[in-house]
Design a protein around this ligand. Structure first.
Ligand SMILES: *Cc1c(COP(=O)(O)O)cnc(C)c1O
Length: 399
């Protein structure tokens, strides 16, 4: 057995098997590069599902992390700290939202959005108690808590985890008529990803999000976008909603917000909605801690200073066009915006990813049909060219 095989076999003794990782054991990362315990180097084309949008171990992030860690980390929001305000002020300016509520993981911010929407429904819209409904899209992904999987379409996410949280109604993603039909006087919100990430990087029809915004406005329904994966320059705009000039009532951020170092998430909305939270109604011991807030502010600063929106758009266009040039019977479709790209290869995605790993490129399949290419936005063009070459080799090797 190789060192890697031995390690993986031992880990399986202690670690739950709720993931099916590629057989590689990583020990170091820098920018878009990763190294395994055998000393082999890879290009990271996954960026931890967009959490590592700024690249691994960004020196500026490490610097503020060390500085802040020596000053103050966690006091819980039982007290104020001097780091939360600058972070929240900056993200409100960038997103056009009025207020933000800090949490840690993405799904916690999703849960926060759901709580806000329900309370707003009861207290501002006048929905009768316990009756509020939230519309969601088919094949959504909003995280793994009981509530978030309650409205998942995937059996594997739900099986034997019930009973589930009621109050969610599913509509097909991209279907304007279905949205209109599903609305009742009890509907308080429509929660949706502007581009479905885990479903396989799925784009709605052009104009759909704008239509959703208008329908939600007409019916006094909160239009809440989960941009945990698509936000913060991933798709070639700071937020995916900018592609259609959509104005939402709520926005959920996470993943890249923590610079690939800490979990940092936010639910953002208007003052009128956020005001439903009163002391004692919601909280998180670690949410909004000084270390996370300092890091989050630096992430936002770096996205601007390193022109990552531009990089994502330009490199994404380049990589997408180059992928589309590749002719191979396995490839069914190539789609993407910015550096958020999916290649549909019916049933062969795992095999391609395993081959790519051998060839020094790390990425992960989604549901065995889609290979995702979503590298750090700081990636060098040379690295993308290397990936293109290796991808062609992988396809040839498999045919
Ligand atoms: C990853 C993700 C989540 C969940 O985030 P966690 O940090 O894993 O809890 C929620 N929504 C979307 C769209 C995601 O991509």
């Amino acid at each position: 057995m190789t060192k890697t095989q031995t390690w993986i076999a031992k880990e399986a003794k202690y670690c739950a098997a709720n993931y099916h990782p590629l057989p590689v054991v990583l020990k170091q990362g820098k920018e878009e590069w990763l190294w395994d315990i055998e000393g082999k180097r890879y290009v990271d084309m996954m960026a931890a599902y967009s959490a590592v949008s700024l690249g691994h171990c960004h020196p500026r992030l490490l610097k503020v992390l060390m500085e802040q860690a020596q000053l103050l980390n966690v006091v819980s929001r039982a007290f104020h700290t001097d780091k939360l305000l600058p972070f929240l002020e900056k993200i409100c300016q960038l997103s056009g939202m009025e207020m933000a509520l800090p949490m840690n993981t993405g799904v916690e911010a999703v849960e926060t959005a759901i709580k806000a929407a329900r309370r707003w429904g009861y207290e501002k819209k006048g929905i009768s108690d316990e009756k509020a409904q939230i519309l969601v899209a088919k094949n959504n992904f909003h995280g793994r808590t009981i509530t978030a999987v309650s409205f998942s379409s995937r059996k594997s996410y739900k099986q034997h985890f019930g009973p589930f949280t009621p109050g969610f109604v599913e509509i097909p993603f991209g279907d304007t008529e279905a949205l209109k039909q599903a609305i009742t006087p009890q509907t308080c919100a429509f929660l949706v990803e502007p581009i479905q990430g885990e479903a396989g990087i799925i784009f709605p029809p052009k104009g759909w999000l704008k239509a959703c915004q208008q329908i939600c406005n007409q019916h006094q329904i909160l239009f809440i976008l989960d941009e945990i994966q698509t936000g913060l320059a991933r798709t070639g705009k700071m937020f995916a909603f900018e592609h259609e000039n959509v104005i939402s009532d709520g926005l959920i951020l996470g993943k890249a917000l923590g610079g690939g170092i800490l979990p940092v998430s936010l639910f953002l909305t208007r003052k009128e909605v956020m005001s439903v939270f009163t002391p004692g109604s919601h909280g998180s011991t670690f949410g909004g801690n000084a270390l996370a807030a300092r890091l989050g502010l630096e992430v936002l600063t770096l996205i601007e200073e390193e022109s990552l929106v531009e990089r994502s758009r330009q490199l994404g266009d380049y990589f997408l066009q180059a992928l589309k040039q590749i002719q191979h019977p396995l490839i069914k479709e190539v789609r993407g915006k910015g550096l958020f790209i999916g290649v549909e290869v019916q049933g062969a995605a795992r095999k391609v990813c395993e081959k790519l790993m051998e060839l020094g490129v790390l990425t992960k399949e989604t549901h065995d049909t889609v290979i995702r290419f979503a590298p750090p936005l700081t990636i060098q063009k040379d690295s993308l060219d290397f990936v293109l070459g290796q991808f062609e080799k992988a396809l040839i090797a498999l045919s």
